[in-house]
Ligand binder design. Structure first.
Ligand code: COA
Length: 697
């Protein structure tokens, strides 16, 4: 078998070269070979130092996630780090690409780090429910300070080279990090100094005030974790770097990391890591190897909140964008809306000031669809009205290139009807962005009946380029996410009629880990869109189905949520307050149905909402709208605030058991009647003893 590690001699300096594609993950065999290479350098009479570098696109991007279900191995990254630090020869890390997790921990144990200008470093373990286990939480604060390390380990963010240098996490930025690292190793060997992170004191913890600032930052990080254990543990571990000896801190960190590894949260997050990557692939079968068409110039039709957000998302990824609005005035409004977003980003430090002009420069504003003649892909984002959309597509079809991908940002409507009115229906698909489109990660790619694999491949490639998490969905009312959302929202409304209040439902789901409860979300998104949809669907509604009129009554009062200052809540300056007007409407709904209101326990709220999600998802899966249960989880976590550390509703359903889920749904059916029949797939799964995970295969 080809070795994963080779040792090259450059005079008196060794280059330990790691080659384990695609991301040089620190697997068990790699760690073993790496330890042998380190020991060989230490024992060699000629070699005076070594460089650790990687072949391919990146330095080590972390431990091999696929091995985390196995028992902990004999040779850990900590073993390799200890071998480096125990010796008398300098080791220098040459970093390029993304040096993450165990890879960055290895680099931190080296005596110096040289980084490529476009490289990134980070300790993202908390994103997969872990904490660094090879000294990362102990060395990073000693180099960059406790506050910076806390941010690093609790957010898991990737730090660019210039910031890493400023923080002291790396020593130098070089266009040829390998060559520079060899020089550095030689220089360190020559002057006999071996700077070790472990020997340093945490630099910023010098007074009671700085300590208090640290404790406050820990409290904030814990609050933001919303039930996730790993960021809280990681914050605690940074505290050990301040209070304990290095060896004690490292040992505690190792034990905590092992503990988390076998826990349900890390399992759930690892499952999601894999699920997101599977969702981003073309469906198996014919056309699974289709190649994307090149896209550089994109069009956006409509510059409202969604259209502007989409234009920003595209421009941020370096694409050229032409945004077409109906009038000069509307185009100017879109321009100022986009300008405002960028200005806010500059103010908050998320965007460098000199980048503002460049980003704005990538977006052209026009009032004529002819401006899209050269676009390779156009996203329509006009009002959610089929007639208006069809008119846009008819006109677009006559103006764009024959090979232009035509996408609608509809959140509910039938893409096939759009395909009917254009010349090239095989290039039509849905690109359902979530609001705000430049922030939210999820992108539902809706595959029409005639969409060809190349168009899908183009949409998937675009999603990757603009940093979205794509999921392919079939055509139906609301696709995957909104169809499920409307089902569990109905269940929430039933709970209101039975005795809960909007704030109680929100509190229960927020305690479960949702970023925001459904009524707070509704107020944020605006109630008028849902109202319009309900009116549109009213003729189709089964008159026997349970219907709760509270939302309609609220809209009839002109309360459309935050934008009108009131909806389910009264909104002040960033605050939401319970409104007696709404409480009265909720109580009236119960009275009109003759329901005696009762206290609804939090556990019941969560259980019924979850059951509604799972039942609708099982229908969606049965109809082939979603390809696999893990796609549903990716949608819920990335678009609807479902707590990622729970893995998603389907992952959770497996933990509860499909038979128990079926029992819960049957109970809902018994009480809520028409529309709540258990999905046939659930009964089939119970009969065949299959779990949702089995359907992912
Ligand atoms: N272990 C095992 N496999 C890994 C991996 C890891 N730590 N990191 C990435 N991979 C695999 C992915 O599963 C994917 O495999 P696939 O092609 O079979 O789907 C492949 O490497 C490429 O990863 P992908 O995420 O698609 O590429 P990217 O260029 O968008 O991103 C990274 C690269 C490294 C930034 C990203 O994969 C990442 O964040 N990895 C996890 C890093 C991490 O958490 N490290 C700490 C672990 S303790």
């Amino acid at each position: 078998m080809k070795p994963l590690v080779t040792l090259e001699r450059h005079g008196d300096v060794a280059v330990i070269l790691i080659d384990n594609p695609p991301v040089n993950a620190l697997s068990i065999p790699l760690r073993r070979e790496l330890l042998e290479a380190v020991q060989e350098v230490q024992a060699d009479k000629v070699l005076r130092g070594a460089v650790i570098a990687c072949a391919g696109r990146t330095f080590i991007a972390g431990a091999d996630i696929r091995e985390f279900d196995a028992p902990p191995p004999e040779v850990t990254t900590g073993t390799v780090n200890a071998a480096i630090e125990a010796g008398t020869k300098p080791f220098v890390a040459a970093l390029h690409g993304t040096a993450l997790g165990g890879g960055f921990e290895l680099a931190l144990a080296c005596h110096a780090r040289i980084m490529a200008p476009d490289g990134r470093v980070g300790l993202p373990e908390s994103r997969i429910g872990l904490i660094p286990g090879a000294g990362g939480t102990q060395r990073a604060p000693r180099l960059a300070g406790a506050l910076a390390a806390l941010d690093l380990v609790t957010t898991g963010r990737h730090v660019p080279a210039d910031e890493a240098l400023k923080l002291g996490l790396v020593d130098e930025i070089a266009t040829d990090p390998l060559r520079q690292a060899i020089e550095r190793a030689r220089a360190l060997a020559a002057n006999g100094t071996l700077p070790r992170a472990r020997d340093r004191a945490v630099p910023d913890m010098v007074s009671a005030e700085t300590r208090a600032a640290f404790e406050a930052a820990v409290a904030t990080a814990s609050r933001r974790a919303r039930g996730a254990i790993a960021p809280v543990k990681a914050a605690e571990a940074v505290g050990w770097a301040i209070d304990l000896s290095f060896d004690e801190g490292v040992e505690r960190e190792r034990l905590a990391s092992l503990d988390l590894r076998t826990g349900p949260q890390s399992r759930a997050l690892r499952y999601l890591f894999h699920a997101e990557r599977v969702a981003a692939r073309l469906p198996p079968g014919a056309g699974h190897d289709a190649r994307p068409w090149p896209v550089q110039h994109c069009g956006v039709v409509g510059g409202g909140t969604m259209g502007s957000g989409i234009a920003i998302a595209l421009a941020d990824a370096g694409l050229e964008v032409t945004l077409v609005e109906a009038s000069a005035e509307a185009a100017r409004a879109a321009e100022s809306r986009i300008g405002l977003v960028y200005e806010r980003q500059v103010k908050s430090g998320r965007l460098a000031e000199d980048m503002l002009e460049e980003r704005m420069g990538r977006i052209r504003f026009a009032t004529d669809l002819d401006a899209l003649a050269e676009a390779a892909l156009v996203v329509e984002a006009v009002v959610e009205d089929l007639a208006v959309k069809l008119d846009v597509f008819r006109r677009l079809s006559a103006r764009v290139r024959r090979d232009c991908v035509l996408a609608s940002n509809t959140s509910y409507l039938d893409i096939n009807l759009v395909a009917d009115v254009v010349d090239a229906p095989e290039r039509v698909l849905g690109l359902h962005f979530f609001s705000p489109a430049h922030v939210m990660k999820l992108l539902e790619i809706v595959r029409g009946g005639r969409t060809v694999p190349e168009a899908l491949a183009t949409a998937l490639a675009l999603a990757r380029r603009i940093g979205k998490v794509p999921v392919i969905a079939g055509v139906c009312e609301g696709f995957i996410g909104n169809r499920m959302f409307s089902s569990w929202r109905q269940q929430c409304d039933f709970l209101l009629e039975e005795g809960a209040t909007p704030q109680e439902v929100d509190a229960a789901l927020e305690a479960y880990g949702f970023a925001m409860g459904p009524y707070a979300v509704a107020d944020l998104a605006g109630l008028d869109i849902g109202w319009a949809t309900r009116k549109r669907l009213a003729p189709k509604r089964d008159k026997r189905a349970r219907y709760v009129p509270i939302a309609d009554w609220i809209c009839e009062l002109g309360r459309f949520g935050q934008k009108t200052g009131a909806g389910y809540y009264r909104h002040g300056n960033g605050t939401r307050e319970v409104d007696p007007v709404v409480t009265a409407l909720v109580e009236r709904a119960s009275v009109e149905k003759g329901i005696v209101r009762r206290a609804v326990p939090q556990a019941e709220i969560v259980e019924r909402v979850h059951a509604a999600m799972v039942n609708e998802a099982a229908r969606i899966l049965g109809e082939g709208i979603a390809q696999r249960p893990s796609d549903v989880d990716v949608v819920l976590v990335n678009g609807y605030g479902y707590p990622s550390w729970r893995g998603g509703p389907m992952h959770e359903a497996d933990a509860i058991g499909v038979a128990e889920m079926l029992r819960r749904i049957a109970a809902i059916h018994a009480s809520d009647g028409v529309g709540w029949e258990p999905a046939p797939l659930l009964q089939e799964m119970v009969n065949s003893g299959r779990s949702f995970a089995d359907l992912n295969l």
